[in-house]
Design a protein around this ligand. Sequence first.
Ligand code: FRU
Length: 529
Amino acid sequence: ANAGGAVVTTRKGALQSMPTTDEINKMIDSNKEFKMDSFRPGFHFSPPTHWLNDPNGLVYYEGEYHLFYQNHPFSTQWGPMHWGHAVSENLIHWQHAPIALFPDEHGAIFSGCCVVDWNDSSGLFEGHHGLIAIFTHADTYPETDQPRQRQSLAYSRDKGKTWHKYTGNPVLAEPDLVDFRDPKVFWHAESKRWIMVIVAGDHVRFYRSENLIDWALVSVFGQEEGSHDGVWECPDLFELPIDDTGRTKWVLIISIGDNPSCPEGSRTQYFIGEFDGVKFINDNSADHIMWLDYGRDNYAGVSWSDIPEEDGRRVIIGWMSNWKYANETPTGIWRGSMTLPRTLALSCQDEGVVLTQMPVREIEQLRKDLMSWSDVRVTAETPFSQKISDDLLEIEADIDMGSSDEVQIIMKSSGESETVIGYDSMREWLFIDRTQSGLTDFHSSFPCNHGASMSQENGKIKLHIWLDRNAVEVYGNDGLVVLTDQIFPDAPMDSISIITKSGQAKLNLLHIHALQSIHASKDVIKQTL
Ligand code: FRU
């Protein structure tokens, strides 16, 4: 419900008074800072105003995809968390909706998920079905500053328009745990139970329930496995088919928080294994680490629940920022955006079963003009060069590395900025260099050149790139290697050149699609609470 004008308890226990919708819109109109809409992405999801972090409550229900998100509706910095809300029919164009969940007497509303309670297992829908959000209530232990995180429910009987907190909240507490958050719940058909996967600092815990209200711990995983460079956050667990083998594997996704001694900051790892409704067994050795994305800006990603079975896809979306500098990025009235929604699949590679990802097919709706080339030879002296008049682009390049040592795709702005996507043939290394990408000095770790191993097949590589006003997403070899990075160019992109360091490469195919924006207008979108 709309808490405009109300007084609520924040995570720290302090009182904060909530402005009304009118007051917020007045603030937007009168405040210079709020008028700046710089770097507003053209086709990535961003909040109308103010702060966004993790995606939450991703669920498909009665023809609508819901995207909730960690939101501070009164600041462009992290603070007392609410669940912002948007709805879409195609995962691309989003309708902003009123804030879904406000902090209450149990604290702020941290990350969590939504499920459709089809059979009214909770008893909250009088025999019908509806949406249940399972989220972390975050406050402090009484009389202390010690964070306390407990799990709670909210339900909606009108397709997510209005929400009611369950009166028995919180439904799950572990008084000995400090970090205990980000529940992800799904229906496990074989054991006929709801399963909750949730993080607790350095491990995940699996709980099960028949009614989403009473939860029993069944196992734990991970204290000795994978990367522990940061606190574990935002888990996800699901089953996927492996290529066309008829076999399946379970994927456990775990985000790991920023650690001051790691230049990468916050990032996301995953495990492949088996899950029987009780225990997750890792297929790989405990020290084998797999990353979801090798860019710097893909965190806290989780997948949609209840996407229609005939569609059979698993779609993930991530927060396109990094806790190292998330509070300092140079945007205007809004801060934080999401990655493109991506379809996940499993592929058998020499190193074992790995995840691949590509943007959902619906993204093709945004294509407008296409420029195409084939068999273009490039060297260090004779680059391919093209002026562009659109700054929202999709670029497909099939490259034969030939005798070249390194191929670079250089995206230049009409000012001084350039962002480079490169492939080093000797090292078999795909990279993004954003050291000269525009505004970079808001944090010392932002300007950087980073990448990942990517093999070439018979000297050939495939790149598929989406370029927005605030970001670039690079998919190598059909989504086997992905790099997602924010960039803040000093002016719109206006040329693309492709060049080698030395030797000759051939662009077997090059497509540059200009893309439409998902916004009806570039104007500031006012907040509606
Ligand atoms: C991840 C995270 C979650 C937490 C939320 C708070 O980015 O730290 O663990 O629930 O953000 O906003």
